[in-house]
Design a binder for this molecule. Structure first.
Ligand code: MRU
Length: 363
């Protein structure tokens, strides 16, 4: 994706320096564009936990690069023990998105199955996982485009799409999951407009999705998290597309807190509710999202304080009475019955166990 007309991914190996990973520090967006150097596993773990980078596909790729840094740091005499320790450290950073543990396990398999210890092998694997993520998002965009095209063929005027949080290219490597169909539709000339939920408490919608859409030129409007239901009641939303951090084999979808309320409002108003769900987000070990998916509980300070720009300086201000406690649930689960369809890299399918199973068997 382009920022100021220059093409960027969200993470890459620094040129002429094979031991440094570079990332876009998303904490500074949309006001400042800062690139951060990461050279140790500790730094990568902090970057994931404190959300210098975030979004399920991206934290998976970041953890894969983290395991490359781990291979550079590990002692040759205790390689397996050190790598297991680094793997646990990375996995503990964020519990909900399934991509993180999946990517770390892919790297561990190189040691368990093939006894590899050369860091270059782990670098190559991280690069493969990264490219794979890009390809998946691109293909999801192509399938999602046909969905938007169908709606446009009937409506023949601007398609209003509501999205929650940031499931855009900043949450991935390129294209995004929920946004891939939107970019594809916009690029093919379909008039689209995006309602961007601000997504309290960290405001990934207001800060990141709005930034991305603006850089790409896609018309959009930032709304408060509670506005979506009202817009749906008044026919102002043709389609909802959100991302997922973990999808059960039965089609339950865990995504940013507030997604469930949008799905309820969508069902009440007959608005199609789609999820950009790469198959890498499917956790085949789980069948009941509500009971089985671990929901990350983050620091209460993210609810109590809000950050913004004032006279050219980024400031953080207190919103609540200083002593009021706050609770910060980061994700919720939307049951499969509220999901119209999953936009995967192999096609759009109903959110149920048999469709998910046959999709995987076909591929
Ligand atoms: O807490 P975050 O910002 O990592 O949460 C991100 C989301 O909930 C996204 O919607 C999800 O990861 C899908 S990303 C393509």
């Amino acid at each position: 994706m382009k920022i100021n007309n220059q093409h960027y991914h969200t993470i890459w190996l620094k040129s002429n320096n094979e031991s440094t990973i570079q990332i876009i520090d998303q904490r500074s967006l949309p006001h400042d564009f800062i690139i951060e150097d990461i050279t140790t596993v500790d730094q990568m773990a902090i970057a994931i936990k404190d959300m210098h980078l975030r979004g399920a596909p991206l934290i998976g790729v970041a953890a894969a690069f983290g395991m490359y840094l781990a291979a550079l740091e590990a002692n040759s005499g205790t390689f397996q023990i050190d790598m297991d320790r680094f793997a646990e450290q990375l996995k503990a950073t964020r519990p909900t998105a399934v991509n993180l543990a999946w990517a770390v396990n892919q790297q561990l398999e190189l040691i368990q199955n093939k006894s590899f210890t050369d860091p270059k092998i782990f670098l190559q694997k991280a690069k493969t996982i990264k490219q794979d993520s890009i390809d998946r998002c691109k293909r999801m965009g192509e399938f999602g485009l046909s969905l938007i095209q169908d709606i446009y063929n009937k409506k023949q005027s601007t398609i209003n799409i509501l999205t929650h949080c940031n499931a855009g290219w900043l949450a991935c490597i390129d294209y995004g999951t929920a946004t891939a169909p939107i970019y594809a539709a916009y690029d093919s000339g379909i008039p689209v407009h995006v309602w961007v939920d601000e997504t309290r408490p960290r405001n990934q919608g207001a800060r990141l999705t709005a930034f991305e859409l603006q850089e790409h030129g896609v018309p959009h409007t930032v709304i408060t998290d509670n506005a979506g239901g009202h817009l749906m009641q008044h026919g102002e939303v043709d389609l909802v597309i959100v991302g997922t951090d973990r999808t059960t084999r039965t089609g339950d979808v865990c995504n940013k807190i507030g997604t469930y309320l949008k799905a309820l409002a969508a069902q009440d108003n007959n608005v199609p509710f789609y999820v950009g769900a790469p198959t890498s987000s499917i956790d085949f070990s789980l069948s009941d999202g509500l009971r089985e998916i671990p929901i990350e509980l983050r620091n209460e300070s993210e609810v109590k304080y809000i950050q913004g720009k004032h006279e050219n300086t980024i400031k953080e201000v207190l919103l609540t009475p200083e002593k009021s406690p706050a609770a910060n649930y980061a994700f919720d689960v939307t049951p499969a019955r509220l999901v119209t369809g999953l936009i995967t890299e192999f096609g759009i399918i109903p959110a149920n166990e048999s469709s998910i199973k046959s999709l995987i068997l076909q591929t």
